[in-house]
Design a protein around this ligand. Structure first.
Ligand code: EPZ
Length: 418
């Protein structure tokens, strides 16, 4: 288990290129099973979640390989519809494969998916949606088994705008007979990205981003060469780090439109922000002023995936803030670690009450999940003195070359194998 050793208190200055979005690449790789032709996904971040998805595609009999920065998938020889338990537990996004594999094989078997320890992560909305398309589903000793004669388009109303459920239903519906309408669909930018990718393969999907997605089934899909969107959560993580440490950072290859809820909050914190084409420039010259409250919401509300990082920023801002996590049940596991650094936070139910302190102090902390781990790193970068962040394999799931990018901004950070 590697760890980071961090010398805190340094300003961050310089330019960073934003990686391709993890949460776009994963459903897009799952979608590559829908065609026998070659799919090339460009500039894919080298992160554990993608490596596991590539392994899962290999288990299905696909030929999936990194070639330079790209991932090439050829599914003409796909011959297996079962996703092994070990890999399904490694990766929440394995559940997206249900829709693709059923569409291709009319059968799919997958162990209950794993993922971050941030909540119950049910899949009931995925399964209800697939049943509406004609899939028979049985669940036995930890496996979900799906079978169907054919997939038939239908109307589906999601109880909550689940990202994964929206994507899974899209993947099952693109080659179904007839039209599928998903109401109360998730509006995240990654949904629109999946729509654009599917349409580049010859699908007929429209409405992504609007809350109602319409999919007209087609008989077959072709290959594609596709560049997914930038990772708005990685981008937001670097902006918050700069706001916490002070300095001037410019992100390249970013899309400010997908980050407007965060940018509003950072301006309230007193950061100077300039946007020009695919560049976001942030300058932070004084101690951030705390925002009064943060409520995580489905897109376009404040993203749950930036909740931990924003809480870390509130810990060193002047004033108090209440952060409420409305999407996941246990997404405050990083709070005891921040308290070890001198943060003044109290968690009651789904809210964290933060009283800002002048400075955090270096400490040894442990990452428990991907975004909580990232929050501990940026807190350590801003803290006085030296810190260690243990079990950074969680961070490796979603941030490619994290320490190299931070080093290029002047951070004092190094990875140590333990
Ligand atoms: C996706 O997870 C992202 N992961 C998560 O990012 C992100 O936090 C989440 O969407 C919300 O934006 C990927 O895209 C790979 P949901 P997903 O289904 O699809 C409830 C990261 O850090 N729900 O939108 O699992 C669920 O309990 C990861 O990159 C049901 O009740 O999220 C939660 O409260 C973490 N039944 C809410 O919906 C279901 O069948 C949102 O979950 C499905 C979900």
């Amino acid at each position: 288990m590697d760890k980071y050793i961090i010398n805190g208190g340094r300003r961050l200055e310089g330019q960073v290129r934003v990686q391709t979005a993890k949460n776009s690449v994963l459903p897009i790789l799952a979608a590559s099973v829908l065609t026998d032709e070659k799919v090339t996904v460009l500039n894919v971040p080298d992160i554990t979640d993608v490596r596991n998805m590539v392994k899962i595609l290999g288990c299905l009999g696909c030929r999936a390989v990194y070639r330079g920065d790209d991932v090439i998938v050829e599914s003409s020889c796909a011959n297996n519809c079962e996703i092994p338990r070990a890999l399904a537990h490694e990766l929440r996004s394995s559940v997206f494969l249900l829709g693709s594999v059923i569409s291709r094989f009319r059968r799919a078997k997958i162990a209950y998916p794993g993922g971050c320890d941030i909540g119950l992560r049910p899949v009931d909305l995925h399964l209800t949606g697939l049943k509406r398309l004609g899939v028979k589903i049985t669940e036995s000793n930890g496996y979900i088994v799906c079978e169907c004669e054919r997939l038939t388009g239908n109307e589906i109303m999601l109880d909550c705008p689940s990202v994964g459920a929206t994507e899974n239903i899209m993947l099952a519906a693109v080659r179904a007979e007839g039209t599928t309408v998903i109401e109360n669909a998730a509006r995240e930018p990654e949904i629109e990205d999946l729509q654009n990718f599917l349409n580049s393969m010859g699908a007929k999907v429209r409405g992504a981003g609007s809350g109602t997605v319409v999919i007209e089934g087609v008989k077959r899909l072709g290959g594609s060469v596709y560049q997914p969107i930038a990772d708005r959560i990685e981008a937001g993580t670097f902006l918050i780090a700069a706001a916490m440490c002070g300095g001037e950072v410019e992100l390249c290859g970013a899309n400010a439109e997908n980050l407007s809820s965060l940018l509003h909050k950072l301006r309230e914190n007193g950061c100077k922000i300039r946007i020009k084409n695919d560049k976001i420039y942030l300058r932070s010259e004084r101690r951030p002023v705390s925002v009064k409250s943060i409520e995580t919401q489905p897109y376009p509300g404040f993203p749950t995936d930036l909740q931990a990082q924003m809480t870390a920023l509130c810990c060193v801002s002047s004033g108090n803030c209440i952060i409420t996590e409305n999407l996941f049940e246990t997404r405050f596991k990083y709070v005891p670690e921040l308290r070890r650094m001198g943060a003044d936070i109290t968690v009651v139910d789904r809210s964290a009450f933060v009283r800002g302190v002048e400075k955090l102090k270096g400490a040894v902390t442990v990452a428990h999940d991907l975004r909580g781990g990232a929050a501990l790193v940026i807190a350590a970068l801003a803290a006085e003195g030296d810190s260690e962040v243990l079990d950074i394999s969680h961070i490796d799931r979603g941030y490619a070359r994290f320490e190299y990018k931070l080093l290029s901004l002047g951070a004092g950070i190094k990875r140590v194998g333990v």
